[in-house]
Design a protein around this ligand. Structure first.
Ligand SMILES: Cc1cc2nc3c(=O)[nH]c(=O)nc-3n(C[C@H](O)[C@H](O)[C@H](O)COP(=O)(O)O)c2cc1C
Length: 225
């Protein structure tokens, strides 16, 4: 439990540096460093789809919270892999999910921001924790520190599951490397902060998702759900 405060201090230092850098935002150098000249791409796709199976059979839900779309992509790949067994699978943004009664099992995932699940994922766990405890529930999270290949960071990421895991008692949990593409973040100050974060964990911006690992984990879930 000491990991979280240490992490928070590190992140606050980063945020402080980002704030300082954002004060330089009018300076061309800072703007170039943040990739301000990139074009902002269209909003990331957030799939809300059903894969395969007999629609009369009890379904599996893969619900996800994602800001820039990489966690949505991971959720979609998990849903597709689970549906290969003929089971119908709904892949839905977490905010689109109301009632859990149609589901025999749930796979729940969130992007990580500042060492935590996104607020909508935390709220979903709070709201549905009793229902989620009654059916097999697996958790996943998507973050950049998993891509950095450091044991210290991987150890840190385990702690980010704690609030959700304590609430729902999951049958499995897994952290995946994500994607951080700076022009997905329209605010210059965000891009500066994220650049500093990436430099600190010695990573270049990019897409680090490992599709074999993602599909492999989904396959390993089949007997558990
Ligand atoms: C504001 C912000 C804070 C982040 N904080 C962390 C963090 O604390 N640890 C980490 O490993 N990755 C962190 N990341 C990286 C994201 O977890 C990663 O880019 C993830 O793939 C984003 O998911 P999304 O594309 O579904 O939004 C952060 C990204 C953003 C934008």
């Amino acid at each position: 439990m000491t990991r979280r405060p240490i992490y928070r201090r590190q992140f606050l230092r980063l945020a402080g540096a980002a704030l300082g850098a954002s004060a330089l935002a009018d300076c061309g150098l800072a703007a170039a460093a943040a990739g301000v000249f990139d074009e902002t791409p269209p909003a990331a796709p957030m799939p809300d789809i059903t894969f395969g199976g007999n629609q009369m059979d009890p379904k599996i839900l893969v619900a996800y919270a994602s800001q820039a779309g990489s966690t949505a992509g991971v959720a979609e790949a998990i849903g597709q892999a689970l549906a290969r067994n003929g089971i119908p699978v709904d892949v839905r943004p977490i905010n689109a999910v109301g009632d859990l009664s149609p589901y025999r099992a749930v796979v729940l995932g969130s992007a990580i921001h500042t060492g935590e699940w996104l607020p909508e994922a935390q709220a979903f766990v709070q709201r549905h924790q009793e229902a989620l405890r009654r059916i097999p529930t697996a958790l996943f999270q998507v973050c950049m520190m998993m891509a950095a290949g450091s044991e210290q960071y991987q150890h840190m990421t385990d702690g980010w599951f704690e609030p959700a895991a304590a609430a729902v008692h999951p049958v499995a949990k897994k952290s995946f490397a994500g994607a951080l593409v700076l022009n997905r973040y329209p605010k210059l100050s965000d891009r500066l902060g994220l650049r500093i974060f990436l430099a600190t964990i010695k990573l270049k911006p990019g897409d680090y998702r490992d599709w074999d690992a993602i599909r492999g984990w989904a396959k390993s879930l089949q007997p558990l759900l």
